[in-house]
Design a binder for this molecule. Sequence first.
Ligand SMILES: CC(C)(COP(=O)(O)OP(=O)(O)OC[C@H]1O[C@@H](n2cnc3c(N)ncnc32)[C@H](O)[C@@H]1OP(=O)(O)O)[C@@H](O)C(=O)NCCC(=O)NCCS
Length: 298
Amino acid sequence: MCMDIRFCQPDELERLVALLDNEFIFGKGRAISLRLRFPTVFCPNNLQNIIVCKDGDEIVSALAMRQFDWREGGEYFRGAMIGMVYTHPARRGNGLASRLLKAAASRLHEGGVDFGVLWSRRQSFYSRLGWVADDFGVLGEVELKDIIAGSPGNVTLPALEAGSSLLEEIRRSRLNMITLRRTEDYRQLPLPAESVDVLWCENRGRVAYALFGSSGETGFLYELVGEVSFFPALWQKGCCGRKRIFINDRINSYSCSWLADHTAVSWENQNLAMWLPLSKRVGMSRMAQWYIPYFDRI
Ligand SMILES: CC(C)(COP(=O)(O)OP(=O)(O)OC[C@H]1O[C@@H](n2cnc3c(N)ncnc32)[C@H](O)[C@@H]1OP(=O)(O)O)[C@@H](O)C(=O)NCCC(=O)NCCS
């Protein structure tokens, strides 16, 4: 039977999300549908970034993309994350996911996208298709022996989407390499967090913030940016009521160095990121320095 590879149609989205939820979320004992976790990806106006392979009426393979703007110094690039690469269990090993990944790469290239990025433990599968592994990401873990109660008075908890333009101002002025986020990008809910909050500290024009995810008594620190003298208060507030904090960071970032000096963090390298150059503007020597924050990923 002829396999049809094309963009997802509006009436297929619900069925596709159910398949992917079963594979990546509920089938793994996790909570919250992909549709709520990645609302800018699994939505009717992103269907041109969701590729499916159909056999008759059945979706047998799929992948999702999220295009984004990336800035390094004064240069801007267009990137695309690829995630939720899926083939129905009965159809695996027949080259379907490979065909979808090739189709995605050529569509991104034709659309002027400079590079692709994904995160995977199955690196040999992707490297056969031209993807190159290089990762500056580190995962930190801090065990909090006694649950810290109380909270520093100078830390506030503004609504995340409403405060997003202030966060963007800080990110753009402080960080040399960043994903440029729109307000709606702050609705992301990275796995396995069940909520995300921003903690905010401000005094006489000096500001800092921390982006924290939560799942029960476990916290996830995605970003700690701004005035370093506020980091202790943000950290203490982020630790309130938690037994453990995981930290997603880039080797040698300000936050990484501060956490290494002031907390009992233990770090391990991630080695999950893979890159695909799609335009002449980028090459591996350049992309090997890049780090896409965990909060932005799909
Ligand atoms: C990973 C996954 C998407 C691969 O889908 P697939 O359609 O089986 O992929 P392909 O057939 O293109 O390639 C898979 C393997 O079959 C091999 N293969 C490809 N064509 C083949 C063929 N005609 N005959 C035999 N084997 C073949 C590939 O070399 C590859 O080998 P590897 O597992 O050693 O890397 C699928 O296993 C899946 O959905 N897994 C669960 C979700 C998941 O883990 N997604 C990836 C997240 S990063």
